[in-house]
Design a protein around this ligand. Structure first.
Ligand SMILES: Cc1ncc(COP(=O)(O)O)c(C=O)c1O
Length: 411
């Protein structure tokens, strides 16, 4: 068992070590750092991702499709790996679309959601034959214009639901929003679709992200199903696809518990029974990012300096906010809390001192661990931020202060 910087942190329970060293993908962190040749770096453990997908498949109804949202982690090698594990991809930009196509995913199983798509992005999506999840009437109009020479752009409507995801997490429905078309406007939008030019596929209803409550997720998904049923009455064709979102979170902070998969299993089975009755032949899709890759990622940096200032110990590392904004607490946290952090080269040693783990930037916001109980570390030691596989590298201001960018490796 690893030392415990934050008592009973769920992420620490699944760590493996050899001697004093954390194992990542079966390799000690020291060996891995030598092989990578530099710190800081992100390492993503492919077998951990596979196990996560397998575990989830074990509770999903057999006919429910599992899609990966690339926004969580679009590293090309990781996306290639995901292509063999999931049934489809959701992309959020033209560049993510290129990565998804290069990974060999069938265009029929790729969706493109997100507000503010450019004409160039919409054209590329239509050209590739993927499904555009439209977020506005403007996007619908452009897709109609792009229909030419017998080509019928595939379109699904992203609906801004008239309900809100309960419990914690990032809510993305229920009020005014830049995401999707308001549910009450959808009937008239549907009536305006020209079926001779547009291939209407269905609905996408995404209520929010980073939710740890199986009950709240189940409620949102069942309300999404009911909403889809109401809206389908005005659809020009039966739904080919219905994407009910996902939003399963992972525990980042002390005291948080993983989503109760046994409870999810029951609610999803019930949902699938209802869906088969209301939407026979419709492909039911659950779309997840963070849940699939978040726990498989490690951000590894090295202690460069150890300083004492007015009674506090500071471990200054070569990594920080510029590489891992979320771990610094500046990516959507209201009250800053520590991500799980370990001294990965002293795993067998007792945590005896409270320290500040900071980065090299010129701002006090550049903080990876605030007053965390860790084993005494010195320059040269490796510090690892756990739960770093999602919204890490690409969700960080990599150019800030012009330090070198971290590497990313799939192990
Ligand atoms: C439309 C859509 N799909 C999927 C996701 C991925 O969410 P998560 O990584 O929490 O699964 C998001 C996140 O914002 C989203 O907006």
């Amino acid at each position: 068992m690893a030392h415990d910087p934050a008592p009973a942190h769920a992420a620490l329970k699944r760590l493996h070590m050899r001697g004093d060293q954390l194992l990542i993908g079966g390799e000690t962190v020291g060996e891995l750092a030598s092989r990578v040749g530099q710190t800081p770096f992100y390492a993503y453990d492919r077998q951990a991702i596979r196990s996560r997908v397998d575990e989830l498949r074990g509770i999903l109804p057999a006919d429910m499709h599992l899609h990966y949202a690339l926004k969580a982690n679009p590293m090309p090698a990781l996306v290639d790996w995901m292509a063999g594990l999931v049934d489809g991809f959701d992309v959020a930009s033209g560049r993510e679309l290129s990565v998804a196509l290069a990974a060999g995913m069938s265009p029929a199983c790729i969706s493109f959601a997100g507000p503010g798509k450019s004409v160039a992005e919409l054209s590329a999506a239509v050209e590739a034959g993927i499904t555009v999840h439209v977020e506005s009437e403007r996007e619908i109009a452009i897709l109609h214009e792009l229909a030419a020479g017998g080509r019928r752009p595939r379109l699904a409507i992203r609906v801004n639901p008239d309900f809100q995801l309960k419990s914690a997490g990032m809510k993305m429905g229920g009020g005014a929003s830049q995401f999707g078309i308001d549910a009450e406007r959808v009937p008239s939008v549907l009536r305006g679709l020209d079926g001779s030019r547009i291939d209407f596929r269905g609905f996408h209803i995404f209520a929010g992200s980073q939710n740890l409550s199986a009950e709240a997720i189940a409620e949102a998904q069942s309300r999404a199903l009911e909403l889809a049923r109401r809206l389908a009455a005005d659809a020009p064709a039966p739904l080919s696809e219905l994407n009910i979102g996902g939003g399963l979170g992972i525990p980042y902070f002390p005291g948080e518990q993983p989503v109760d998969l046994a409870a999810m299993r029951l609610s999803l089975q019930q949902l699938a029974i209802q869906a088969r009755e209301w939407f026979p032949g419709t492909r039911l899709i659950m779309e997840l990012g963070r849940y699939l890759v978040g726990e498989a990622g490690y951000y590894v940096c090295r202690v460069l300096d150890r300083k004492e200032s007015r009674g506090r110990i500071f471990l200054v590392t070569d990594g920080g906010l510029h590489h891992h904004l979320a771990a610094s607490g500046n990516f959507g946290q209201v009250i800053r809390k520590n991500y799980p952090v370990v001294v990965a080269t002293r795993m067998a040693q007792k945590p005896t001192e409270k320290v500040m783990v900071v980065g090299p930037l010129c701002t006090p916001l550049d903080l990876l661990a605030d007053n965390m109980l860790l084993p005494p570390a010195v320059p040269g030691d490796l510090v690892v931020v756990l739960q770093s596989g999602a919204y890490g590298y690409t969700a960080s201001p990599l150019g800030f202060l012009s330090h070198p960018e971290p590497l990313e490796v799939l192990v």
